[in-house]
Design a protein around this ligand. Structure first.
Ligand code: GDP
Length: 297
């Protein structure tokens, strides 16, 4: 489907004279191919442009090691720069859940995989860290979403807050907090309602919930296949709510994951986890190295 970047570059460099170091012209020619690869991987244009500029400065004048071709060398420089941009500070998989009960707010658009991810993370916290977790659905618009979380809870052996019809999201959040304190939970996760697109009512509702619980983590769940849309969603949620990280779902699909680079570059917020399927175990800590390889093809 996609042409591998190394293959592309080897073609380009065959046409260039082999010298001891990468000339400005070599690098420029090679980076034209890199730019195409980034855009094909769904990296947004301004982010691709900035990235290329950064790499160009780094690569020009670098000595070409004898053991690799200039094409391989450029791929390595690009790969390292991608990893550098994608990497956040600290361990992305380490959620801040000290001082129990620690609230985790899950936000995102409807269909992004928010409820599924809430279950996956709850299971992870329970099994890997031995935490006692409570999950609560604040989706008062879709009773099916509330039921979905309850079903997941039963499946993974994690408690869910009993459903009380007619309560507002803020009141459910307060009840979850109370229950978490009374029940001696380490963590309580709030699965907020999503809409098909961002709107004021949704944002206000999530803001109100945030103010009631002061979350230790606010994780934005975005569909990794939606490219530029995912970046806009991340920008808007971060501006209004303030997010502490991103979970990219559907990374088991065909997408090349360019959204990861754009999102990181635009919001500066770390990608914490990637969703790799519908099953409750299909989640991994974000690894910049792996996504960089995938973006480059
Ligand atoms: P929500 O509306 O944001 O809560 O989304 P859901 O959690 O209900 O997920 C919507 C659909 O996407 C469901 O069918 C999930 O099984 C599916 N889904 C969620 N995460 C992933 C993922 O990482 N990979 C794949 N292939 N499907 C996912």
């Amino acid at each position: 489907m996609f042409e591998n970047l190394s293959e592309r570059l080897s073609g380009v460099f065959d046409r260039l004279t082999k010298q001891g170091s990468l000339s400005e012209e070599d690098v420029k020619t090679a980076l034209r191919e890199v730019r195409v690869a980034l855009l094909e991987a769904d990296v947004s244009l301004p982010v691709a442009r900035d990235f290329i500029k950064k790499v160009q400065d780094q690569a020009t004048g670098q000595a070409v090691t004898k053991s690799v071709t200039p094409g391989q060398q450029v791929v390595k420089i690009v790969h390292d720069a991608l990893v550098d941009t994608l990497r956040g500070e600290g361990d992305p998989g380490q959620l801040k859940i000290d001082s129990p009960p620690a609230p985790i707010l899950m936000v995102g658009l409807q269909g992004s995989g928010k409820t599924t991810t809430t279950g996956k993370l709850a299971k992870r916290l329970k099994e890997k860290e031995g935490k006692k977790v409570l999950m609560a659905s604040l989706d008062v618009y879709r009773p099916a979403a509330m039921d979905q979380l309850a079903v997941l809870g039963t499946q993974i052996g994690v408690d869910t807050l009993p459903i009380v019809p007619g309560q507002k999201p803020v009141d459910i959040a307060k009840r979850a907090k109370q229950q978490a304190v009374l029940g001696g939970y380490d963590v309580y996760m709030l699965d907020t309602a999503g809409r098909l697109q961002i709107d004021e009512v949704l944002m206000q509702e999530v803001e109100d919930v945030r103010d009631v619980v002061s979350p230790r983590e606010t994780l934005l769940v975005v569909d990794g296949l939606t490219g530029q849309v995912a970046v806009e969603v991340a920008e808007e949620f971060d501006a209004k709510i303030g997010i502490s990280g991103v979970v990219l779902t559907r990374m088991d699909g065909d997408g090349r994951g360019g959204a990861a680079l754009s999102m990181r570059a635009v919001t500066g917020k770390p990608i914490r986890f990637v969703g790799l399927g519908e099953k409750m175990d299909a989640i991994e800590t974000f690894e910049p190295d792996r996504i960089a390889g995938r973006i480059l093809g």
